[in-house]
Design a protein around this ligand. Structure first.
Ligand SMILES: NC(=O)c1ccc[n+]([C@@H]2O[C@H](COP(=O)([O-])OP(=O)(O)OC[C@H]3O[C@@H](n4cnc5c(N)ncnc54)[C@H](OP(=O)(O)O)[C@@H]3O)[C@@H](O)[C@H]2O)c1
Length: 290
């Protein structure tokens, strides 16, 4: 059976892939997180992979705390960049196709129309910088790769904006949420499904040659304020959301003001029909409440 190794699988995206895996019996998934497979160790990777005949690797592991990364650049670089170099090298050696996840934070956020894959990179902080370094290692070491940049991930798992807003909205009458950062939420369940569709397509098409970088989020555009307002409605919380500006919300890392991703390429190459962000919140909340 075709084997797919998933690294960092206890996080949001990895957990969603786990949930979906049973409906793809044609694949054998091997789920690992840092306790079973620390991707910062080339020896651990080599020992784990050698002899297993793995065909695909989905790297969900990352250092995702954007503010903390400003204080701990070394660890962020180790996980987001050096470890991706390790994955690229082991993938090349064992003829594995890696699917790696990156971020909208590689862009400056000064644009005004959805970012295409080949647009100028200008990360605003350590997280975006180290994620881009990871992309570059993969591009140069392992030519047959897929990089998917995504944005604003949420799911029933781990910590994320949607869960924070639901919990705060239960206790508070009012909340201030940033209105001058615009992007698109991504339901990790939809991204997980997209990744498996991509693997199915590559696997089925012996002549597949569209390796490279892609963008994926849900459809549509919103601010964090819009997202938070919709979450309160769907969660049936009686909490008023007020607008605040980035300048009045102090945090360590600078974030892009505009990071909407253009998804034409992924839709065209893989024939995807991507759901709008607004319709996906209730699906996630129903799962949280079930
Ligand atoms: N979250 C977002 O809003 C967002 C936005 C854009 C792009 N992305 C990208 O999307 C991908 C998935 O994000 P996510 O939200 O699912 O991340 P997540 O929930 O933070 O999960 C990352 C997982 O990787 C694990 N990990 C950390 N260091 C590792 C190591 N050395 N070896 C193996 N596993 C390790 C983490 O374990 P610990 O928890 O123990 O550290 C965690 O289980 C990442 O590449 C991220 O950069 C995320």
């Amino acid at each position: 059976m075709t084997k797919i190794l998933v690294t960092g699988s206890n996080g949001q995206l990895g957990s969603e892939i786990k949930e979906l895996s049973s409906i793809f019996p044609e694949f054998e998934f091997i789920f690992t997180d840092v306790a079973e497979l620390d991707i910062t160790s080339p020896k651990a990777l080599s020992d784990f992979i050698t002899g297993k005949k793995i065909k695909y690797l989905i790297n969900c592991a990352a250092y995702t705390n954007v503010d903390q990364a400003e204080k701990d650049e070394e660890t962020a670089r180790l996980i987001n960049a050096i470890a991706v170099k390790n994955l690229a090298e082991v993938s090349k050696l064992h003829e594995i196709t890696p699917i790696h996840i990156s971020t909208d934070y590689v862009f400056s956020g000064e644009g005004f129309k959805p970012y295409q894959e080949n647009e100028t990179i200008a990360p605003q902080g350590v997280y975006g910088n180290t994620k881009f370094e990871g992309e570059e290692f993969l591009r140069t070491i392992c030519l047959k790769h897929i990089i998917i940049r995504t944005s604003w991930l949420y799911s029933p798992f781990g910590k994320n904006f949607l869960k924070t807003m639901i919990n705060l909205g239960k206790d508070k009458d009012q909340l201030g949420v940033i209105v001058d950062q615009v992007g698109t939420p991504t339901y990790a369940h939809d991204l997980a499904s997209c990744i498996i569709q991509i693997i199915k397509k590559i696997h089925a098409d012996k002549d597949f040659n569209d390796y490279g970088t892609y963008h994926y989020s849900n459809e549509g555009v919103c601010s964090w304020f819009d997202f938070a307002s919709e979450i309160q409605i769907e969660a049936k919380n009686d909490c008023k959301i007020n607008t605040i500006e980035s300048k009045d919300f102090k945090c360590l890392a600078k974030r892009p003001h505009y990071s909407v991703l253009n998804k034409s390429k992924i839709k065209h190459i893989f024939g995807l029909d991507i759901p709008h962000w607004r319709g996906r919140i209730s699906h996630c909340i129903n799962r949280i409440n079930s």
